[in-house]
Ligand binder design. Sequence first.
Ligand code: UD1
Length: 330
Amino acid sequence: MAVLVSGGAGYIGSHMVLELLDRGEKVVVLDNLSTGFWWAVPPEAVFVQGDVGDQQLVESVIAEHGVSEIAHFAARIVVPESVSDPLGYYYNNTVKTRALLESAVRCGVKHVIFSSTAAVYGEPAVSPVPEEIALDPINPYGRSKLMSEWMLQDAAKAHGFSYVALRYFNVAGADPRGRSGQSSPNATHLIKVASQAALGQREGLTIFGSDYATPDGTCVRDYIHVTDLARAHLAALDHLRGGGASLTLNCGYGRGYSVRQVVDVVKKVSGVDFPVTMAERRAGDPGSLIARADRIRAELGWSPEHDDLEEIVGQALAWEDKLRTRNASA
Ligand code: UD1
């Protein structure tokens, strides 16, 4: 029995791998290293370099390692990039997920955990946003993931496997033990960019849009610590293994911070007053996204352990610093 983690060399996937290994699971990572790093995969996991859309490879990996569950993280995740390259997003996120699901069905995989996103909600009229609200994504990224949710739902029903789709809000921070973090040099995440600005790796930070209908005019997001998110996946796995029904759940804390508030916390925690400039809205950005977060607690018994923006920012800064040392000596 092994868990196949697609995208396990990436940011969130690598934290899932660590959590799985910490509790003694057998883990196989499949990653094409388009944005991930081989060194992010611990030696205790089997690493296969390849693509989730390569059915021959996926099916041989499943058979060889006795894969019983798949946690599917591999995806492109940058909202503005999805606006400029929609077909790339539909291919990578939707078409390849279809291929992976077909392989899973052919090989008799019992359970799938899927990385979905709060972007499936679009600009929700209700905040915090509950799972059952009508879905209306406003960017190709959200649509590429929503189509995958639908495929999962239909295929699970038709072929008798079960799944948990987790709709991530804004994932941030790094492993509290300093073993992994957000490593992509071109990452666009707010907390990553602000951390780089605080460490002098960027000139400063640009805030995209100050005319949103939010308390200070900048976008509001629900930032969730990556380790809490990884543990939600473990809880989902246990739920499915225990015979639990398929679920689609929000993964957030249920409270939001504006871009300005996040920037202030990064300045406070780092002690650096880096330059901030204001700019136009960024394509595809909704004004506010906050999770209604009670269903995941009720269904999976999950509760966060790192719901603290200063802790999240502190660990993001520590990881960025580590990465700087690593890159300097590489
Ligand atoms: C993030 C996720 C996306 C997920 C969504 C759910 C990433 C790359 N994307 O998107 O997969 O679906 O959360 O809520 O993790 N900002 C600035 N200046 C910057 C960078 C960002 O002002 O330099 C602003 C953005 O305009 C946005 C907010 O900060 O309002 C957060 O942006 P970002 O960290 O890129 O995440 P999302 O686009 O919300």
